[in-house]
Design a protein around this ligand. Structure first.
Ligand code: PLP
Length: 386
């Protein structure tokens, strides 16, 4: 049996998404910037997709910028806001957390050369940044807070509305990377109080290489890609029309089925976790807590009890048909202890032995039974024999 439990890395395109995209790769091929009917017809559909996305997060269509995915949306937002903040307010500090996705961490580093500094807050042992912790770091130089909604490795959920209430008192902007929550959790940018967010289609059964940035109107923003006047002059380049149509269709399906999908993966995660605890209660640590996303389960193996070899563990599962990840998929290929697992306080030797199981709409209870069976053999294979 082959079981795909790496849905936080990417998902397969939903058949209805593919169906919606195909005409835009065939007969509806016009360039949305063209004046003639081929272009105009496509432009109408593009704007319709923008309205659909805006509707799902309670934003205005003019606040949505289509991008090539989550990474670009993050770069678009952080560069766009940070560079204008320097000239307009002179406040040069961005606060973020140590366990953000690399797309955020490395973009923040790239801003150093522009004189913009960042401070990475240590999360609590469950991976969260609490408003109480944040309070200690706020200063007159803070311009922006960048905090992810749901963590991609351990699934912990940051208390974004509480963070934005605090930031609002000091006129500090808040950006939240919502790549792992869009389409899985209700997102209302007004209720959450965020000024910017990023999202990606391929995490919710849409195509790869497309996503969007939400930026609240009136937020100071630089252009990101220079060239054409697309995306209100801020992101030049002919739009990925089929991808954007796919993103909107994927979002539609995800929103329609949000509650039932949530309950489905929650039941699978609980079933799996229960089985794992029966296998070995003392040798397995759960990263994060019960309030985390049901889509993600991260566990670390106690290095005193297990032979920790992250690559060997992944390969063992792969040979047995089980696809999981040992951390952020975007890092796969390089096997080193994840900054997230170390960030929540796990020792390097235990952090090395971490597996992320991420559940999706196509997973079944039968599959989980098979994975538990495989884990039973896995435990025997990797446990230290004295
Ligand atoms: N942010 C988070 C939390 C993610 O999980 C990912 C992808 O894994 C990204 C950003 C990057 O998104 P994309 O793959 O669309 O560039």
């Amino acid at each position: 049996m082959n079981v795909y439990l790496d849905n936080a890395a990417t998902t397969q395109v939903h058949p209805k998404v593919l169906e919606a995209m195909l005409p835009f790769l065939k007969e509806n091929f016009g360039n949305p910037s063209s004046i003639h009917q081929f272009g105009r017809n496509v432009k109408v559909e593009l704007e319709n997709a923008r309205e659909i996305i805006a509707g799902f997060i309670n934003a205005d269509p003019g606040e949505i910028y289509f991008t090539s995915g989550g990474t670009e949306a993050i770069n678009f937002i952080l560069h766009g806001i940070a560079k204008t903040e320097i000239s307009e307010s002179g406040r040069k500090i961005i606060l973020s957390s140590q366990i953000e996705h690399h797309a955020v961490l490395e973009t923040l580093e790239s801003l150093d050369t522009f004189g913009i500094k960042h401070i990475l807050l240590p999360p609590d042992s469950k991976g969260k940044i609490t408003p109480e912790k944040l309070k200690n770091y706020l200063s007159a130089d803070t311009s922006l807070i960048s905090l992810m909604h749901v963590n991609n490795e351990i699934g912990c959920v940051n208390p974004i509305p509480e963070i934005t209430s605090l930031a609002g008192l000091k006129n500090i902007l808040v950006f939240s990377d919502c790549v792992q929550s869009f389409g899985k959790y209700p997102i209302d940018v007004k209720k959450m109080g965020i000024d910017a967010m990023s999202a990606s289609a391929h995490k919710i059964y849409g195509p790869k290489g497309v996503g969007f940035a939400y930026v609240k109107s009136g937020t100071p923003m630089n252009s990101f890609l220079h060239g054409g006047s697309q995306e209100r002059n801020r992101r030049g380049g002919t739009e990925n029309v089929a991808g954007i149509i796919g993103l909107a269709e994927a979002a539609k399906i995800a929103h329609k089925d949000m509650e039932s999908n949530f309950q489905h993966v929650k039941a699978l995660k609980e079933f799996f976790l229960h089985g794992m605890m029966e296998l070995d209660k003392s040798g397995i640590f759960i990263n994060g807590d019960e309030s985390g996303s049901p889509y993600i389960l991260s566990i670390s193996f106690n290095s005193d009890m297990y032979n920790i070899d992250s690559e060997a563990m992944l390969i063992y599962l792969d040979i047995n048909g089980v696809a999981v990840s040992n951390g952020s998929a975007c890092n796969s290929g390089t096997v080193k202890a994840s900054h997230v697992i170390k960030g929540i306080g796990r020792e390097e030797k235990d952090a090395q032995g971490t597996l992320r199981f991420s559940f999706g709409i196509y997973n079944t209870e039968k599959e989980i039974e098979y994975v538990l069976e495989t884990m039973r053999k896995f435990v025997k294979q990797f446990i230290k024999k004295n």
